[in-house]
Design a protein around this ligand. Sequence first.
Ligand code: AZC
Length: 841
Amino acid sequence: VEASIPEPQREAWLKHQVDGFKDKDGFERDVVRHVETTLARSMFNCDESAAYSACSLAFRDRLILEWNRTQQRQTFTDSKRLYYLSLEFLMGRALDNAMLNIGQKDLAKAGLADLGFRIEDIIEQEHDAALGNGGLGRLAACFLDSLASLNYPAWGYGLRYRYGIFKQEIIDGYQVEVPDYWLDFNPWEFPRHDVTVDIQFYGHVNKSTDESGKTIAHWEGGETVKAVAYDVPIPGYATPSTNNLRLWSSKAASGEFDFQKFNSGEYESSVADQQRAETISAVLYPNDNLERGKELRLKQQYFWVAASLYDIVRRFKKSKRAWKEFPDQVAIQLNDTHPTLAIVELQRILVDLEGLEWDEAWNIVVNTFGYTNHTVLPEALEKWSVGLIQHLLPRHLQIIYDINLFFLQTVERAFPGDRDLLRRVSIIEEGQSKMIRMAFLAIVGSHKVNGVAELHSDLIKTTIFKDFVTVFGPDKFTNVTNGITPRRWLHQANPRLSELIASKVGSNDFLTDLTLLNKIELSVNDPAFRKEWAEIKLANKLRLAKHIKASTGVTVSPDALFDVQVKRIHEYKRQQLNIFGVIHRYLTLKALSPEERKKALPRVSIFGGKAAPGYWMAKQIIHLINSVGNVINNDADIGDLLKVVFLEDYNVSKAEIITPASDISEHISTAGTEASGTSNMKFVLNGGLIIGTCDGANIEITREIGEDNIFLFGNLAEDVEDLRHSHTYGSHTINPDLAKVFETIEKGTFGDTQDFSGMITAVRDHGDFYLVSDDFQSYVETQGVIDEAYRDQEGWITKCITSVARMGFFSSDRCINEYAEGIWNIEPLAVDKSDGVKKGE
Ligand code: AZC
């Protein structure tokens, strides 16, 4: 690194090299300095928000120094890098994570105390970075943590939305969406006003011929928007490696509004261009597992993909290597199909701008990209109309047609005469309006395609991508089961449990090698260990009970079984099955004599999650949950035996409070619909058990922790199709207990019946696509089994400890290592851990 400084200046530079704070004193000095200079405040008006800002800036200073060193190391070793392209990064808060990963939380705690602040209050000041919808975005965030912690040379690329996912308020039982402006003061980003890329849209294509007779395409005209880079440092745990997340923000290409128009009095139109440009990165689309084909969304995709590729190619070109070495230096992973245009853009760069032959370029492209599929739900599979692409990206449309032509020619050669196969695998879907099937384009343009859990990876091979297995053979398709970072989801969210585990493992090493958790199984019968385990769970439940009281006004007993379902609201995730089950429990309790009732096991049903603003049914589900809670929570017959709460605005920070406090969490999707799920892993890792269907990663969790430690129910994926068929063509009878639940709702027990009729008719009259009725009995019975298991507290604790001990597989570190070896072909960089000042805490 030193060698990078020219000899004559080296001494001066080295002499003045800055370093982050080294001790408590240094930390306090940095905080005070930032309060007084960066924030221009003083001791007398330094409130918690200013203290948060100054503390974050002190940590940011350290991160950026490590970031610099990491980038230099990567440049000098010139090793292959991974670029993770994701339209969503659901990061949550950064300060707590940075303090823990750098290993300075204790120091900061003491320093802040000296300055008059409680660290918990300071951490609470931070606004979540909520640039994602749900599982897909949070997975990307866990991956960044693992990539940095494992010292992989890797960058994330995304969009810097001015508004992340909306803030959810519950008003009179209904969801209300409020914009979430989070950028007022964001100490974690570095604007790079010198790193910009001009992005072109619209226009037309001209062709010319060069001396050799080769045709060259020129994309001309249209409009240009400027992409500005904002860098977010990503600290690894217990390592100096600090990676980069680069988020692009859109600006008018001129940078200014039109002064001529302004001077001539056209005030409004003078700023219109500027506003139109800035709209591109203004807001995250709030749909989870749903695509709506909006032009602005396509603009976002191309804007982000083109800026990122320009950056990647610019970096590669500096190395002066031959183009054919590109895939040896660059791996690009497509997080779902959202960045699929990157395949087309790279081909365009290589052919139109760099003059490579089509085949040579295409080889490079395919060897560079990998594609991860996250869903088999048809409504989530992206398709863009040919007309829209033609309008916005005329040259890209031509390239897509050529990619498709050459692909179909190879298929035709291998399967001569199979016209229907050609039709089925074509990237262009023929029909009323022609559509581009983005998943097909991603498959054709990548060297590996992976699903996110075993069942899901099998399903994509046998259903949606079946024909591509025929065409390419099975080796192109692989599985990488999802994982979660134990740093945030155990160490940060549940510090006492993490500490207890460390006392048994002998060190914090399980945070970097999660398989070491298995050592705690030796202590499963140790009374002191079990006692502390139970105390920690109770303390976590108390904390959540306080949060519930503060946010809903409902008092819940921490002695009750906490039953949690928090995730995006979706029919396939079946929150309706849960709430119907709650109503059934309520009816059962009501039917008991007061004497018998006393013997029932108290439960708190906790729900949380956002509904996409345009998803009517999901909003009705939220309304029903709140309406049911309203009745049950105020029913004197029931008291503490059953409480139902809906926690508003579920997000990463709330998950950090909720996850450690659950006894049972629900992962009850219709079999075959949830690709993996990742909160299932988080709950088990925090000593909660789960009720679930044989779906997604539930299956592998069962394999790891053992069937005795999980409550499975319901029909299997292989039976779903027949059941659906029988609903439509056979006689469809509703489970009698569920019918009673429907009667109760329709009687008006929970208020307005009109509102809830859609949820009922979906099951009763419209074919019950999600098999709510088919699984109802099995679900209710299994909830009964859970009640009995929970009464045996000793048996329960044994299950919890055993499960945690066996969760090592689900670290995102394992997952990233699998990608690195099987798909990206990248190696970690050697780092001298004493070189930096970082040590995990
Ligand atoms: C989600 C899947 O629904 C979830 O099962 C999985 O755990 C997660 O991705 C991470 O792989 N998918 C999405 O959020 N969205 C889309 C478009 O698939």
